[in-house]
Design a binder for this molecule. Sequence first.
Ligand SMILES: *Cc1c(COP(=O)(O)O)cnc(C)c1O
Length: 423
Amino acid sequence: MTLTEKDSQYLWHPYTQHKTSQTPIAISRGEGALLWDENNKEYIDAIASWWVNPFGHSNKFIADAIYKQLTTLEHVLFGGFTHEPAIKVAEKLIEILPKNQQKIFFSDNGSTAVEVAIKVALQYFFNKNEKRTTIIAFENAFHGDTFAAMAASGISFYTQAFQGMFIDVVRIPVPVKGQEEASFQALKNVIKTHNCAGFIFEPLVQGAAGMVMYEPEALAKLIQICKENKVLTIADEVMTGFGKTGKTFAMDYVSEDPDMICLSKALTGGTIPMAITTFTQDVFDAFYDDDINKALFHGHTFTANPTGCAAALASIDLLQTDEMQANIERINKSHLAFQQKIENHAKVITARTLGVIFAVEIKSDAEERYYGSMRTKLYNFFIDKGVILRPVGNIVYILPPYIMTDEQLQKVYKTIEEAIEMV
Ligand SMILES: *Cc1c(COP(=O)(O)O)cnc(C)c1O
């Protein structure tokens, strides 16, 4: 049997209707921005494998750090014990995160980073004997697939089977250009009519919604409104973190700091699953008490896994090199030039860029659905050409590894231009 045949026999893939979808492509190795399948066909990974891999595949620097840690201390429980890699990650993050972030909590993936933040927001008020149980989130948000994260997410087919089983979430419009005032008003209104504990948002870019972008000033205003009303703010930087927006964190563009930040995806450079939720001292203090019931009774077996921590440290080191910062700038400039070139194309609705993130919306006759027919046609076209891009409906986005060469980037652009002509 081929790998693909064996896969069909044994495996269940994420976000996949196995009856109607094509069989998956078996990838056997990767290097830099490239991947090769079992037949040695080459692919450019133009979405950094679901946004996790900024430094390229099989990165030697991170691999060495992991090997060294694996042969020193691969894992130790984090209840009652600690270790240097976790402490170093915490020190490093506190140095580079918005200044008000003071405490680091480890988990395993983006959804659990969000789950922890939402539970902390709810328990914060429980511990203070205040009845606040509503969470505010944006329309079309994506915060993950565990239950509280799903409740906060607004993309229907991820959550439709579970409606009626969620914590209380009220949605407000995203403050995209022209909608800012509506968004502010909606937030004020929710706060007036509900007992709100927290507001969770993807700062500046909503990834899974199709790289929907809005301005830092609008987000600052929303956070201000929350602060005036003592609603905790949660910046979900799982996608935007570690350089993707052109700054280390999207919140670096925003004049107001959030109470909590969720990190994962690029945290370990695409090597080991790990996530972190960070907090202000004020949030931590609401749990700091002689009463054990006020503690945060949440944890995961692999919490602060030393090998994951070593990978995170090596990744942050790489991110901070002049070379990597120059790469981010280079890709941003390149995206802006491509945007200028195609935004007036007859078949293009809009194009947008922030940092290394680029998105183009293609005109279509039908109302385009998330996994609709245009999406399938585009996806297959890209795969055929050896470029990995996963359109969201009629939106094609690029989120390349920062080490992608100019030549590879030009090939990605050219393939997108051909796709626009083709549909
Ligand atoms: C991917 C993502 C998540 C969920 O992360 P997982 O690791 O897939 O659980 C949460 N929030 C945002 C903004 C994401 O992009």
